[in-house]
Design a protein around this ligand. Sequence first.
Ligand code: DHE
Length: 519
Amino acid sequence: MSRCRVGWWLAAAVATASAQAASDPVTLYATHCASCHGADRLGGQGPALLPEAYGRLDVAEAAEVIASGRPATRMPGFRSVLAPEEIASLAAYIFTPPSTPPRFTARDIEASRRILVADEALPERPLFDADPLDLFVLVEAGDHHISILDGDGFVRLARLATHRALHGGPKFSSDGRFVWTASRDGWIERFDLWSLAKLGEVRAGIHTRNIAVSADGRILAVANWLPRTLVLLDARTLAPLDVRDIRGAGGEATSRASAVYSAPPRQSFVLALKDVPEIWEIAWADPAPRRFSGFGHSYEKGMEEVLPPLGRFPVRRIDLATPLEDFFFDPSYRLLVGAARDGSRAVVVHLDLGQPIAEIPLPGMPHLGAGIAFTSRGRRLLAIPHLKEAALSIVDLETFAVVERIPTLGPGFFVRSHENSPHIWVDALLGAQRDAVQVIDKESLEIVATLRPLPGKTAGHVEFDREGRHVLLSIQEDEGAVVVIDDRSLAEVARLPARRPSGKYNVWNKTRLSEGTSH
Ligand code: DHE
């Protein structure tokens, strides 16, 4: 080989090697991503970058986010820094599962826990004149805040920063004073509505579904996808009490949690398992209470001292033919209606009997978690929106027959009513006409009005005030609003600016288990 041909070969090899090094995704990740998303991809200032944490995002969309950044977040675009093949390589890398499944143990949870204000320092009465039981907690997803709204005067009392990407309903203590939120990347925050302050926070998982609080306000359950755990926290101090792997009865198969729910009359939590055909019921009332002392914290004298020790929350398993997700509970909490994964039917499970007792054909992906019970002409009925069909299904809660399928303007996400209201409100969030909400008469089961408070702008998620007289509707835009509408005249009463408002939650309706809303 001539000298000049060797030179050419060397130059080409060096170029290839340095190109490979440049697009080695591990190096690229460490250089450009780790400072915000964590060296282990478990998240930090930015979310976890692990396949199970992405929801509906695919590799191509992830590459576009890396190239262009995400508006209204701290995620910058890397188009001017990285070559297209480096961006593609990084996108593929963050969709690769880590070689060992990530863990997040009780010690990790405890290490993240921060108490910002001690309960002993809290005021004895609310720091405002508004009715503390008619407050709303409004989630503003656009810039990661919650607003506390006065449900009488419809004014904002406070706006408090939260962790990124809250999802699911905040949960309230039964006296309506304290509220807990959960973010998709596992952060649980506790707030005091009387002093309008954040009290503490803890990270309970890497990718979290939702939370539930026990009816006595002592225990908070956190349902995780990643790791596949159910975490029980002391609701007041946020200290971990139990971190339990979610495994089927055989012990080998693990499952993600679809969601955890509180079942107040049963003194239990109910867990929906996504990958194993079981439902779990976890008793939080310990029949033989013991003094709790774990992770170096203890209760002050005079406080309740009856939490069961680690691992002592008994689990009852209910076997199913197929996994169910997305639960509706009848007001007695004896019956649970869950959606089958094929999206075509619901299964009724009798919680006392511990077995399925009926199937309801409900094609079009019923969104049972959003279902509400109501009374019409003396019948107890259940209204269910569909994620893949422009319809609201009405099911008789005694016979489980589908008594109506009301065509709507589009597939909807949320449905709401109130004992004192003659109406049911549905949105069309997943369709082309997502600027519309429709009002249905409870007696005739007919649509009596279609409202477009801001034509062309996404409208969805309604919640009633305490009296059931007004509804608050979110205009889910970055420069959005909460529109207050008189439920009888359907006239607009007030409009408050809000940054991409999603859900809002009325203290009275949540703590009194109003049948027209979620719990
Ligand atoms: Fe949600 C509640 C699951 C996508 C906004 N959502 C819930 C609950 C579950 C659930 C299990 C009940 C938890 C609770 O309140 O304790 N959501 C799912 C999904 O599986 C789905 C389809 C896919 C996913 O990404 O997880 C999903 N959800 C969304 C959205 O895209 C929404 C519209 C915007 C967002 O924030 O991500 C959304 N989900 C909500 C809201 C609630 C909710 C506002 C609380 C509703 C309520 O009034 O109680």
